[in-house]
Write a protein that binds this ligand. Structure first.
Ligand code: ZN
Length: 259
């Protein structure tokens, strides 16, 4: 099975991750916030859209769904019942979605929104995690209709995946997230290196994504809330009641909101 994964850029900094089956020229798009760039890419590459998966209901993730359904009437729409779309397959935690015989597990990872899901696709034993606005490289999503407790639990769950899991967040926020991370952990060399690499890539118009979970554990302060350096960095900026992972995580989210 040869599945290629390609980011279609949308809006200022969204990525519409696209799974492409080179054998039959079919494609699956995840979170098409806009239809036009998807249609342009599919036509240019002579691909047929067969499925759409959504991670959550925000407009920049579902805004292009209806138009794509009209343009490609055979498209199979996979979504949670609260994603505000007219889905063909309703998914929830534990559901399985198919990509040409490869299985993607659906995990509910609430926090950014209450009904946010991630798709964990298994291709020949390697995991490819489409995590929407839950986890960004070096950062995390804001809390809208979910809670900070849910977001913390969702991070723990994503952290249970294997080191080599590839993460595909839906936005290019990596550089600003790393600058925030370095304000908390100024001596973190992995973050410094990642910032240089990210700036080089973005200067060439290339995405900083995907990233491995192993890399994220080194550079994402929201996955490092139990690390002494992160706790010390947070305490240097804000008073916290205790050093529990959730308390530090919530303080980091608060600090990032005002960064
Ligand atoms: Zn969102």
């Amino acid at each position: 099975m040869s599945i290629r994964i390609h980011p279609i850029k949308a809006f200022n900094d969204n990525y519409i991750w696209t799974l492409i089956n080179e054998n039959n020229k079919q494609a699956i798009v995840i979170d098409p916030g806009q239809a036009a760039p998807v249609i342009a890419y599919l036509e240019e590459n002579e691909l047929e859209l067969t499925s759409i998966w959504t991670t959550h209901h925000h407009h920049d993730h579902i805004g292009g769904v209806a138009e794509l359904q009209e343009s490609y009437p055979m498209t199979h729409l996979v979504a949670h019942t609260e994603h505000n779309v007219d889905e063909d397959q309703t998914i929830k935690d534990g559901s399985t979605v198919s990509a040409w015989g490869c299985a993607a597990q659906v995990w509910e990872v609430p926090g950014h929104t209450a009904s946010h899901v991630a798709y964990i696709l298994d291709i020949e034993g390697r995991h490819y995690c489409f995590c929407g606005d839950t986890l960004f490289s070096a950062g995390c999503g804001r809390v809208f209709t979910g809670t900070i407790e849910q977001l913390h639990d969702s991070f723990k769950r994503l952290d249970s995946l294997s080191d080599e899991t590839l993460l595909y967040p839906a936005h290019e926020y990596t550089a600003s997230n790393l600058r925030f991370g370095l304000s908390i952990e100024p001596t973190n060399e992995a973050m410094e290196q990642a910032l240089v690499q990210t700036e080089n890539k973005t200067a060439q118009g290339l995405p900083s994504l995907p990233v491995t979970l192993e890399h994220e554990r080194a550079v994402n302060v929201f996955l490092r809330a139990q690390e002494p350096n992160v706790i010390a960095g947070v305490k240097s900026k804000i008073d916290i009641a205790d050093e529990k992972s959730l308390t530090v995580f919530a303080a980091l989210r608060e600090l990032k909101n005002n960064f």
